[in-house]
Design a protein around this ligand. Structure first.
Ligand code: Z5A
Length: 207
């Protein structure tokens, strides 16, 4: 059995990850590729429980270390029970956020040490890395405006603009460090142009 490909979708809040997930799924299905769509934090029963703990804006303040470890605890479950088995069975896995989000939010947003994140990444993932990461990027105000229209904020969405500026810079640094894997999609253009750019950047995997 040929192992499937692992595609992740990244970017700050409101840039259109969820909107484009379905589009990418349909695009792959048109190529007769079996796809498993999932998300982080989450993707398994236990990881979704951890997600609720992480996003709960009304709980006690979460220590940064606890936040980081919970992200990787959820990821460990997700890899073992969903991502690895799906890839091994030849499915492609399409995941809404993965470890680049940890570099961006915990590394950039919370200023946690990058070497700690790298250590956890190697510990939890072994050699697993995405084959392709589509980074949807837009000025922070645009994403915040789109997210604001949705109403109630979770624990991350309640952060200040400066937090999201650091998140965006950290994502762009990831892009600089991994240009072969991460592809930039300008998300502040009409959806049809965003989706055209997505299709262009997926061609390498679909050859
Ligand atoms: N997090 C973390 O800290 N560390 C980690 O390691 C991981 C995650 C994995 C939950 O993620 C939180 O977890 C996240 C980071 C943290 N917190 N934040 N912020 P999430 O992915 O569930 O939450 P999110 O980033 O808040 O997702 P989102 O707000 O749903 O954004 P989105 O999926 O990118 O956007 P969307 O829902 O597809 O689109 C938003 C609106 O914009 C919607 O009305 C669309 O119709 C509209 N839209 C989309 N594209 C366009 C274009 N091109 N033009 C006009 N309007 C558009």
């Amino acid at each position: 059995m040929i192992r499937g490909k692992f595609i992740t979708l990244e970017g700050g809040e409101g840039v259109g990850k969820t909107t484009n997930l379905e589009f990418i799924k349909e695009h792959l299905q048109q190529h007769h590729i079996p796809v498993v769509v999932t998300r982080e934090p989450g993707g398994t029963l236990l990881a979704e429980k951890i997600r609720r703990l992480l996003l709960d804006a009304d709980s006690e303040p979460l220590a940064e270390q606890a936040e980081l470890l919970l992200m990787f605890a959820a990821r460990a479950q997700h890899i073992k029970h969903v991502i690895d088995p799906a890839l091994a069975q030849g499915n492609w896995v399409l995941c809404d956020r993965f470890t680049d989000a940890t570099y961006a939010y915990q590394g950039g947003g919370r200023n946690m040490k990058i070497s700690t994140i790298e250590w956890l990444e190697n510990f939890v993932q072994g050699s697993l890395r995405p084959d392709l990461t589509l980074l949807l990027d837009a000025p922070v105000e645009i994403g915040m405006e789109r997210a604001r229209k949705r109403g109630a904020f979770d624990r991350f969405e309640a952060e200040k603009q400066s937090f999201f500026e650091r998140v965006r810079r950290a994502y762009l640094l990831q892009l600089e460090l991994h240009p072969e894997r991460i592809k930039l999609i300008k998300a502040n253009q009409p959806l049809c142009d965003v989706q055209r750019a997505i299709v262009d950047n997926m061609r390498v995997l679909l050859r």
